[in-house]
Design a protein around this ligand. Structure first.
Ligand code: ZN
Length: 509
């Protein structure tokens, strides 16, 4: 007799439904699992047979074969345990109504269900594939209930799952996740004193999604400014917030960021982070890295020059493509990486170059090495470079001029983004590209900007005087487009270009 149940694999942040087939035939007692499985799944044989016995059921004493289909899809991890155990019990003669039901969870030897990573993306894909009822470990129930139209069963154990499905002892429905109270921004931009140039640059970066490098001495407030950038970004819509939560689910990190939060993520990894930690990867199931946890939000790299050069190099592809693909032994997987990069660096190794209050102690060789490092691997994807000087004490302790609050700036950012979306929609015929100005390049950039005659003239003369490369020219245009969007202008004018030229990369020059 053959029985089958439904479970799920994860590729990147998408779930792929998996059919678990069990077959019992006459022959010596034996338990085989086939279907491109890893070691964790092979070990499922021990967990499943012990759990079935310890739940008070009988494990079939004959030749048992379990197949996970589709066979060509690589499968990792322990989330198939429950579906395998239930398929074995049905195959052995237990009558269970399983139409439209999927099962996820790792079994302990005593038959309790243990939580698994990635339940949210799996639940979304299973629902899209027509699954109506999903059995998950109790700890994973909250994320599964976020998916509309899915009846979630939170089962503490294999026995509880079987008794719920056969109707003999129904489980209570899991508690709905209470929506989070509106998040309070960790740093409001009004808390940063002075730094008007930097604040303006942050507003532009938020509006156009531009990557930004802040250069300034220690203690000038670069970290606080970076944090306040996150507070200038508009709320995510529900679909986007579920995409973000799916990445956190794969990292088992939903406790750090409850899935109902609509604020864009802010991540600030330390420069000692591993490649797998930053970019993604690791042993077993491929895990998303910090750049994916920061997707649709801000990735802040403080002390940019302290990050290993190879690590910074590996950010170039994700910055370009807004996704990251990670090579695995059994095919590559991709994760989202649509983050805004904010880097912070000291102006020189000692930190005091250009600081009126201190003398820089760096010699010329050290300085030029440092600048080479700063301008090397990433700078061609950074649209804006700003100087963040130390503030005079008078400004730091001035209680009067706190300036605008984040919510006020965010309102302007939202309008500018609406203009970008509108323009992208009207330029239809092209693929449904992301609408932020940071993604504009080549032809789409030219057609989006439509510079006025004066603006074109300024660009041409700046190009000549400053020796702008093609890349630098594109950076100026992208930023100028966002400045014009903040002004509500359809065309890029002279003032917008002039402002964009001020944020151009002066380190590499
Ligand atoms: Zn120095």
């Amino acid at each position: 007799m053959i029985a089958s149940t439904i479970s799920c694999a994860v590729r990147g942040i998408a779930g792929v439904p998996v059919t678990v087939e069990a077959d019992i035939s006459n022959g010596l007692p034996n338990f085989t699992i086939v279907g491109l499985t890893d070691r964790a799944i092979q070990e499922a044989r021990q967990r499943v047979s012990a759990a079935i016995r310890n739940a008070g059921f009988t494990f079939p004493g004959r030749k048992l074969t379990v197949n996970l289909a589709p066979a060509e899809l690589p499968k990792d991890g322990s989330a198939y345990d429950l579906a395998i155990a239930v398929a074995v019990l049905v195959c052995d003669g237990r009558d269970l109504p399983l139409v439209g039901t999927a099962l996820l969870g790792e079994l302990a030897l005593d038959s309790r269900l243990r939580p698994v990573a990635g339940v949210l993306p799996m639940a979304r894909s299973l629902r899209a594939a027509g699954v109506r009822r999903l059995v998950v470990p109790e700890e994973n129930a909250a994320e599964a209930t976020l998916v509309d139209g899915l009846e979630v069963v939170a089962a503490p154990s294999l026995a509880a799952c079987i008794h719920h499905i056969d109707g003999s002892r129904p489980l209570p429905p899991p508690q709905e996740v209470a929506p989070e109270p509106p998040a309070i921004d960790l740093v409001d931009i009004s808390q940063v004193r002075g730094q008007q140039t930097a604040k303006r640059a942050l507003e532009i970066a938020a509006a156009g999604g531009h990557n930004l490098l802040m250069v300034g001495p220690p203690g000038a407030g670069k970290t606080m400014l970076a944090r306040s950038l996150a507070s200038l970004l508009p709320d995510l819509d529900v679909e986007d917030s579920l995409d973000v939560a799916a990445v956190y689910s794969l990292r088992n990190a939903l406790r750090e960021r409850p899935p109902t939060v609509l604020r864009p993520p802010f991540r600030a990894p330390h420069h000692s982070i591993s490649r797998a930690g930053l970019i993604g990867g690791g042993a077993g199931l491929a895990q998303p890295g910090e750049i994916s946890l920061a997707s649709k939000g801000v990735l802040f790299l403080d002390e940019l020059c302290e990050f290993p050069r190879t690590l910074l190099e590996s950010l170039r592809q994700p910055l370009e493509e807004r996704t990251v693909s990670i090579a695995r032994a059994r095919g590559s997987v991709s994760f989202p990486a649509a983050f805004t990069l904010v880097g912070a660096a000291n102006p020189c190794p000692c930190g005091h170059l250009g600081d009126p209050g201190h003398v820089c102690s760096c010699d010329a060789t050290r300085l030029s090495n440092y600048h080479a490092r700063l301008s090397g691997p990433l700078l061609d994807r950074i649209d804006m470079v700003i100087n963040v000087p130390r503030q005079p004490y008078g400004v730091i302790f001035d209680e009067s001029g706190c300036g605008e609050r984040s919510a006020d700036v965010r309102a302007r950012v939202e309008l500018a983004r609406a203009r970008q979306r509108e323009r992208a929609a009207s330029g239809a015929g092209q693929r449904a590209a992301p609408s932020l100005n940071v993604t504009l390049d080549g032809r789409s950039l030219r057609s989006a900007c439509r510079p006025t005659a004066a603006a074109s003239q300024l660009l041409a003369s700046a190009g000549e005087h400053l020796g702008l490369s093609a890349r630098a020219y594109h950076r100026v245009m992208r930023v100028a487009r966002t400045v014009a969007d903040l002004e509500g202008e359809d065309r890029v004018d002279e003032a917008a270009v002039a402002e964009a030229l001020r944020y151009r990369d002066q380190i590499a020059a």
